[in-house]
Each structure stands twice: as C-alpha cells, then as structure tokens.
Design a protein around this ligand. Structure first.
Ligand code: ADP
Length: 522
C-alpha cells in the first residue's frame, strides 16, 4: 500500500484492513488499531481473520458462506464476532469488497457491540415475557386495541369530549368496542378458563363473548382509564367463558405507553370462583356462630325476657278484670270499659313487640345487611336490656349524637353486639360488691368520619395483660363463661368492614369497647 493511501485510510473512523486473496494482512488503518487493539506493524502478513479470531454471529452466515458470496458477487456484508488483542469479544458489522482486479480484498468493520447487546437483552426479555405469558397460572390475553382507538377518535371528532357521558347516552358503544377489540394471543390458562375442549382458535376473535351484559360498565371504565392516561386498571367483575358459563373474575389491564402506541394491550384474568366460594363458606360459618352466640345470650337473658313479657300480660289481665266489673254493674260504665280496653290493646302490643324482638334474636335467618340509623338500633337494644339493667341496679344511659353517619349492617347482628357488650359490662360490674352500676352507650362520628359506638362501664376494667387476648376464642375469666362472645362481636363487626377494640376508660373507670363502622356513602 502506498504511504498516501495509508494516510487517507487513517482519516476514516471505520476500521479498514486490506488483505491478499489468501488472507494475509496488507493494510491496517488507525481505526482498525483502535478497534482490534493490534498495532498495524504487528499485523502485516499475518492471517487477518485468525488474528482477530473472526467467527460467525449466532444467526448470521458462516465464514465459508461469506467467502463464497465474496467470490461470486465481489462483496459481502454481515454481522460477525471478533476478538481484540486484549481478549475482549466484540460484535462487528463487516463489509468485504473484492478489488476490481481481484488481487486483494478490502474489509471494513464497525463496532456494533452495544447495539447487539441491547438487541440480545431485548430478545431475552421478550423470551422471558413469552415464557411468563404462557406459563403463568393466570389467564393472559394480548389484545389489539386499534379498532377501539378508531371508534374513540370518531366519537371525539364528532365533538364529544366527555366520554363517560357519551357512553351513558350511547350504551350500545360498549358492544361495538368489544367487537373491535381483537384477540391477538392467549395463553394456555386462558384456554382452560374461557375455552371449550382446549380450542384456542375459537378465542382469537374479539372480546365480545367474554363480557356478560352486567359487566359492560366494568369494560367501559377500563376504556375510560386508558383514555385518562392511567397506567393500569383492575376490577372485580363477572366474565363469561365461550360456552356461556359466567364466573367471578379479577380483571387487570396494563396500558404501558410503548405498547399502547402500537395499539396492543396486555390483560390478566384471575378466576375468583374458588376464592368467593371460600368467602361464602366463611360468611355462613360466621353467621352460624353469631346465631349460636345469640341463642346462648337469649338464654342468659331468659329471666329478663320472661319478666318483660309477663308485665304487660299481668296488666292485661288486671285491666280485663276491672272491665268485667264495670260491665257487671247494674248500669255498665261504657266509658270506663272503653278506656280499659284501650289499655289492654296497648299492653298486648307491648307484649307482642317483646316476643317479636326475641324471635328476631333467636332466628337463624342469614344476615341481611341494610342501611341503618345507628341510634335507632341502639335504642331498640336498650329496650331489650332495660329490665336486665334494672334487675341489677345498674343505670343504662345513652348519649346518641344525631350526626352519627348511617352504616350498612344486619340489624339483629348489630343489636347482638351491643347487647353482648352491655351484658358483659353488667357482669363485670357485678364483680365489684356494693357499687352502683352504670353503663353508657355513646355514638358519634369519629375524627376520620366513621360511625363510632362506645360501650362504657364503671366496673373493674380490664387488666393490661388481658387486653390483647380478649377477642380470642375461648378467652374467659368467668367461671361459667364460654369466651366466645367478644370473638363473635369482632367477626360481626369486621364482616361489616369495621373494627372493635377494648380499653380502659379514664372517665368512669371501667372498660370501654369502641366500635368503628364505615360510613354509608350517600
Ligand atoms: P365470656 O363472657 O364468656 O367470658 P367474652 O368473649 O364475652 O366471653 O368475654 C371475654 C372476657 O373479656 C371476659 O371473660 C372478661 O374477662 C373480659 N371482659 C369482657 N367485657 C368486659 C368488661 N366490660 N369489663 C371487664 N372485662 C371484660
């Protein structure tokens, strides 16, 4: 190579080497020195490809194929792997060209190591993603969202900027968009959950069959989340298999901006059937336990209840006897008889009320949560307790704040909790001889906006080392206690999404039980 030619080649940033047809180095520019780490002087007449340990890159042509192409067409281009003088492996983009007279070959090499590594990482992560997609024990869907995108654009171009309102006014859009959501791929778990006879192809159409009518808004809210630029959306909903079986499902959609740009979307679905069946079984067990505890509580209150029913009955018979006497007079006094009959009716109602309340307590009907005005529930419970309190010379007072928010709970179960706490208070007070008992029930809105109920007493209070065991099953300090009352109270309250805690009250000395229930949203 002439000196001037070598100088020119040194100006290039691309590594250039010249070799003879049989592979011996004839030229080696500065960029080649930098790339391969060999000084030009050390390379002359050496076997070029052996020096830089050239070998094929995984899925590219072999060196023999490259040489054959060079012979045939006078040039070849492709990716190869080389090794530097320092032993470092590099990826290169090679370009070989045969000199016009066929005597020499000029080869250029560009370093593409960074790009190849990134590509390989990407391929690896795609591979991993594919494996996850296929192997996860959850149903995965890859969806093509571009059809929905077109519909949304059409709606927007027609001047509708409030999509929620548009969907409300045009509910048929939900189905149209579902039909436009194309299913690109699903994994094995999806075929198991949604398919029929292991048939995957049948699922690769659109998502319309999988959303039953009652879940349309869950689908639409997913669209709205994407429109609002949220990164993901999840909801508990009902979905439908291809053969029409409707089941409880947890649905998650991811909207990463990079895949959203391509109009594809990844969806995950978990089958909640087994979980919800377990929840239902747990709720049934809770209700059964609450019922058993209520019946046993009624047993404890039996004397009081009998007495309460007896009172109006005795009054009825007294009024009736007096009425008879007025009638048996030579001149019957109709006015007196009318007044007495009025009293009989009122007393009979009172007795019937008590029987009805007791019957509700004894009933084993499944709990039916409903919106409740707490103060009314407590007033009813207080009526139930009144006689028991009087019999134990204990004063029951209620301080009910009208602003206490409404709650959602089963009326009888909530009364059961209040009565249970009050009876416990009464029994605790009984342990302090000679004390005039006081039990107070307070309602108020808590600082965090929940409904709060406190049941306070002036008994001996709760020893500090009992506080964290109180709600455990079978924890009791009473000779004939079962230790289930507070456990049942807690399960009822937690079943309504609330909490119950015990402490000692500074105000009247004894125990304080605090219940918090979520406020019912208006
Ligand atoms: P039981 O009444 O059968 O003992 P509970 O679960 O209702 O079962 O109560 C558990 C224990 O909690 C009681 O044995 C008692 O030691 C304590 N306890 C409950 N309420 C009070 C209270 N108001 N004051 C003091 N201790 C209480």
């Amino acid at each position: 190579m002439s000196a001037s030619q070598g100088d020119i080649l040194d100006l290039l940033h691309v590594a250039v080497l010249q070799r003879t047809r049989d592979g011996k180095v004839a030229g080696w520019n500065k960029a080649a020195e930098a790339l391969f780490g060999w000084p030009a002087a050390d390379t002359l007449h050496k076997a070029a490809h052996e020096l830089i340990k050239l070998r094929p890159d995984s899925d590219n042509a072999s060196l023999d194929e490259a040489s054959a192409a060079l012979d045939d067409t006078g040039q070849w281009q492709g990716n190869l792997i080389a090794e530097t003088a320092g032993g470092e492996e590099i990826f290169v983009d090679a370009h070989w060209a045969l000199a016009p007279d066929g005597s020499a070959v000029v080869e250029t090499y560009r370093n593409i190591t960074e790009r190849r590594r990134t590509e390989m990482k990407l391929r690896l992560s795609e591979h991993r993603y594919h494996n996850l997609f296929q192997a996860m024990a959850a149903s995965f869907w890859e969806l093509d969202f571009s059809g929905v995108d077109d519909i949304l654009r059409r709606i927007y171009r027609a001047g509708n900027t409030d999509f929620r309102k548009y969907f409300r006014d045009h509910p048929e859009t939900a189905r149209e968009m579902m039909r436009a959501t194309r299913v690109v791929d699903v994994n094995g778990e999806t075929v198991k959950l949604f398919g029929r006879d292991g048939n995957k192809e049948e699922l690769l159409v659109n998502v319309d069959p999988f959303w039953p009518p009652q879940s349309e808004w869950d689908y639409l809210n997913g669209i709205l989340s994407a429109v609002e630029g949220k990164l993901n959306y999840s909801v508990e909903t009902k979905l439908r298999s291809i053969d029409g079986r409707i089941f409880d499902a947890h649905f998650t959609a991811c909207y990463p901006p990079d895949t959203m740009g391509k109009g594809t979307l990844l969806i995950g679905v978990l089958d909640l059937t087994a979980r919800n069946e377990a929840f239902a079984a747990r709720d049934r067990m809770r209700a059964d336990m609450a019922h058993a505890a209520r019946v046993s509580m009624l047993g404890e209150l039996a004397a009081s209840i009998a007495h309460e029913v007896n009172q109006p009955l005795a009054a009825i018979s007294t009024s009736a006897e007096a009425g008879l006497r007025w009638l048996n007079r030579p001149e019957p006094n109709v006015e007196e008889v009318r007044a007495l009959t009025g009293r009989i009716v009122a007393d009979a109602r009172r007795a019937a009320d008590i029987v009805a309340r007791t019957r509700a307590m004894a009933s084993g009907r499944p709990p039916a949560p409903e919106p409740l005005i707490l103060n009314d529930v407590i007033k009813e419970a207080a009526r139930f307790l009144q006689h028991e309190m009087t019999a134990h010379q204990t004063e029951l007072s209620c301080k009910l704040t009208p602003e206490t928010p409404q709650v959602k709970a089963d009326r009888t179960q909530l009364q059961q909790v209040i009565i249970n706490l009050a009876v416990n208070a009464l029994q605790a007070i009984g342990q302090v001889p000679g004390r005039r008992g006081a039990v107070r029930i307070v309602t108020r809105p808590s600082e965090t906006g929940e409904a709060e109920i406190r049941v306070e007493d002036n008994g001996p209070g709760i020893p500090a080392d009992h506080l964290d065991k109180l709600f455990d099953s079978f924890f009791t300090t009473k000779e004939r206690g079962m230790g289930m009352g507070l456990q049942v109270c807690r399960s009822i309250i937690e079943g309504c999404g609330g909490s119950i805690s015990a402490g000692n009250g500074a105000m009247i000395g004894g125990a304080v039980f605090t219940i918090r229930l979520p406020a019912l949203q208006a």
